[in-house]
Design a protein around this ligand. Structure first.
Ligand code: ATP
Length: 212
């Protein structure tokens, strides 16, 4: 079973690419979705977060107040580390379960959609890393159009993430999403067919520490 790590920058087109892959039959494992699941009330993750961060990050509904938690860890690196130590092993374990289920269905590869893959250091866990790349002006324009942001807000949001150019240089596969959707579709199709044929990408840049 191959793990394809799909990443990029805010508004670069990851959701678009993952929707194309889904239509081609790929199982998409969504890291953001798993991050919410592993802290649902009643789970060990929930208890661990409440034990470390206290009851004031629990909403009256009993759910974790993700916004409040986000504010705390954004301002405090050691709190962020603690949260990551709770979340990351649990997210990876759930991803491994999903990958095993896909393997049992006879699938050869899964796509792990991780917006901040490089920032959390998970590139080494992937068999291949695909980066959805756009030029800065395209990224800004699409982000602002999608989320109704001003240019200044958009620039600020982009600056909070790792540099997209740098991510592209570390990718095994760089999907150029600057052009029309059709042009991206052709690249994604070519790469997905290659994966299913069991061929390696042309660029093998990263040292891999396999997940299995
Ligand atoms: P985020 O990390 O913020 O979730 P994302 O990387 O998933 O962003 P998308 O939501 O897929 O990005 O794309 C950003 C916006 O750009 C969306 O409105 C999407 O419809 C549009 N878009 C994506 N690719 C293209 C394209 N090739 N041509 C035109 N518009 C596009």
């Amino acid at each position: 079973m191959k793990w394809i790590g799909l990443t990029g920058g805010i508004g670069s087109g990851k959701s678009f690419v993952s929707s194309l892959l889904k239509k081609m039959g790929a199982t998409i494992i969504d890291a953001d979705c798993l991050a919410r699941e592993v802290v649902k009330p009643g789970t060990p993750g929930y208890r661990a977060v409440a034990a470390v961060f206290g009851d004031n990050i629990v909403l009256p509904s009993g759910e974790i107040d993700r916004r409040k938690l986000g504010t705390i860890v954004f301002a405090d690196a050691s709190a962020r580390k603690k949260l990551e130590q709770i979340l990351h092993p649990r997210i990876l374990a759930r991803a491994a379960e999903a990958a095993q289920a896909a393997a049992a269905r006879g699938e050869l590869a899964v796509v792990f959609d991780v917006p901040l893959l490089f920032e959390v250091g998970w590139q080494v866990q992937m068999d291949e890393v695909w980066v959805v790349f756009v030029k800065p002006q395209v990224q800004l324009q699409r982000l602002c159009a999608r989320d109704g942001m001003t240019e200044a807000e958009g620039k600020h949001r982009i600056s909070l993430q790792g540099d997209l150019n740098e991510k592209a240089t570390q990718a095994d596969v760089c999907i150029d999403n600057n052009g029309a959707e059709e042009a991206t579709l052709l690249q994604v199709k070519e790469q997905w067919l290659r994966v299913l044929q069991g061929t390696l990408p042309k660029r093998r840049i990263l040292e891999r520490r396999p997940h299995e």
